[in-house]
Design a protein around this ligand. Sequence first.
Ligand code: PMP
Length: 390
Amino acid sequence: MTNRELFYKFLAQTSDSPLAIEVSRAEGVYLYGPNDEKYIDLISGIAVSNVGHRHPHVVKAIKEQLDKHMHLMVYGEFIQTPQVKLAELLTSNLPEKLNSVYLVNSGSEAVEGALKLSKRYTGRTEIVCFKNAYHGSSHGALSVMGDERMKNAFRPLLPDVRILEFNNIEMLNQISTNTACVIVEPIQGEAGVIVPDIEFIKKLRNICSAKGVLLIFDEIQTGFGRTVSLWAFEQFDVVPDILLLAKGMGGGLPIGAFISSKEIMNSLTNNPVLGHITTFGGNPVCAAAALANLEVIIDNKLWQKALMIENVCKELLIHPKIKNIRGRGALLAIEFEDFNENKKVIDSCLKNGLITDWFLFADNCMRIAPPLIITEEQLREACKIIIDSI
Ligand code: PMP
């Protein structure tokens, strides 16, 4: 059987129309098929490959760690160099109160950990989230998703969840002293890249502080330089109580984190002990990759490249069929009339050697989220392919 036949026969299918592109290897901004077909990757495996595919510094760190050890023990028991060095570098690039790192396996697990932590720390149960928010696909993360169609098939979900409109300052008054936490993407991703007003985020921070509510920023998609600063929250001049990371964290390996203050994080330690347990969280090979990945991003100030990406795309992606282009840095949405228009262009891009797709809650928008190492020349070529494909 061919790989294609095996794919359809033995791998669980989550949609009727997977992209089904066969990839044999990847390097930098390019993916290659079995017959050396070359694709430019304009979505970074959905905001993962910020430093590009197989960055040499990341690959070297992985190989060196493989030669030392792989998994040793469940999270939190043994002292392992890649984990402690990663936590040190992360916290030294974060505001002082974000000084305690819990390493997990994925974005969804980071969300789960943060929701549990908030309930334990505050002793409250209500969770506030926003319309069109995406925080993952596990039961807890699904409970705070801002899309009823995706949630309804899985009820009952977590009780006591309140959904507010994103960027609606008035509605923030519904946050109360019953609220344990507010979980929010500082820039919404799957909604089709919605950048809120700075006043909205500032008011949110103020209300949370006034009511003793923990503010959770889900930077799983926006972090690691994607939105023109290392962390998106820097642009809003506020600091969350809990920060969630994953996706672009591991340079292509799976790892995530929820990060808070030592004081808040301590509430997972006692009564009962082991408030969050994970076998593979902070896997040493993934942690070594994440450390190297962060070094590459910081040493090269890759967030500055995100600004170039935004500017070039906004300059070149002009066409009567493009209704709007929005977003920040290397997280952009190109809006078409409807899904059919968008899908036609996406399919045509794929045929022309460019990989893109749409957003979960904005199927009329094409996703532009290339590796941050893309050169201006490569990006100009990609934009030309998009315009030609339209
Ligand atoms: N939060 C956000 C903002 C995301 O974009 C995603 C993934 N698209 C997640 C959480 C969930 O991450 P994962 O798929 O690793 O569970």
